[in-house]
Design a protein around this ligand. Structure first.
Ligand SMILES: N[C@@H](CCC(=O)N[C@@H](CS)C(=O)NCC(=O)O)C(=O)O
Length: 249
């Protein structure tokens, strides 16, 4: 068993979840400082130059960005690997990770979750319903149309659970928080695939922490997560007030 690593980032972030599922697959214990990226203090900015979550600290190694972190974890703790053995499949899996991180992040996080949850609950601002409507009627179906061309009919994308399955499925937890589900009559392969991935023990183990975080404001996350027995890190990087990120959204 490896020594515990520290993670900075909320259980509600799809990118943090990607890292936590990877840690779960590898059996690496972690301690977590469950902050929302926008609530990070000056020390957080030093650890995460883009002021984004997740951050991983493993002894003298500090990394930001979920893809960099997952690759590091696989290099340092190789078994079981989250990357397919075959070189071509490994590249295909990385492409799906990139599609998920970038395009699904744009659509499901920045135009839906950000609008419906972050704006009102972190910044106290109202959401732009026109953006939400357009995303639901045009952009999300385009994402699902593409996923349907790559979704496996059974099992996972490349045999055992890999970075491709994790990166894509993690966004559908955030969709579920917004009560958005995949229409299985229109996208049957994708609906089945995501259901199988989210049913794995590594995703399922995080659900109680996600639910309680969704029900409370960011300032209360530490307290409610403590009550649920989440593996909290005693150090907090939370600032008093939220501030806009430094990256364009
Ligand atoms: N490419 C990054 C994206 C991380 C990201 O966008 N995290 C969001 C939370 S879901 C964040 O920290 N947003 C704060 C900001 O953009 O200022 C990764 O894969 O880790």
């Amino acid at each position: 068993m490896s020594a515990s690593v520290q993670i900075i980032g909320s259980y509600l972030s799809p990118y943090v979840r990607k890292v936590l599922v990877t840690l779960g697959i590898k059996g690496i214990p972690y301690e977590i400082d469950p902050i929302v990226g926008f609530m990070g203090d000056d020390r957080f900015r030093e650890l995460s130059p883009l002021r984004r979550i997740p951050v991983l600290i493993d002894e003298d190694v500090t990394l930001a960005d979920s893809s960099v972190i997952c690759q590091y974890l696989d290099d340092r703790y190789p078994s079981p690997s989250i990357y397919p053995a075959d070189i071509a499949d490994r590249a295909r899996a990385r492409w799906l990770e990139e599609f998920a991180d970038t395009r699904m992040g744009d659509v499901l996080i920045w135009r839906l979750f950000y609008q419906k949850v972050v704006l009102p609950h972190v910044f106290g601002r109202i959401s732009d319903e026109a953006v939400v409507e357009r995303t639901l009627s045009e952009e999300l179906p385009q994402v699902l149309d593409y996923l349907e061309t790559v979704a496996p009919r059974e099992g996972f994308a490349f045999g055992s659970l890999s970075i491709a399955d994790i990166s894509v499925a993690t966004h559908f937890r955030n969709a579920a928080f917004l009560r958005i589900s995949i229409d299985a009559t229109r996208w049957p392969k994708t609906a089945g695939w995501i259901e199988r991935v989210l049913a794995t023990e590594q995703f399922a183990a995080l659900v109680p922490f996600e639910k309680v975080s969704m029900r409370t404001l960011p300032k209360q996350h530490r307290e409610v997560l403590t009550q649920l027995g989440a593996p909290l890190w005693s150090t907090s990087h939370a600032a008093e007030a939220a501030r806009p990120g430094i990256m364009p959204i």
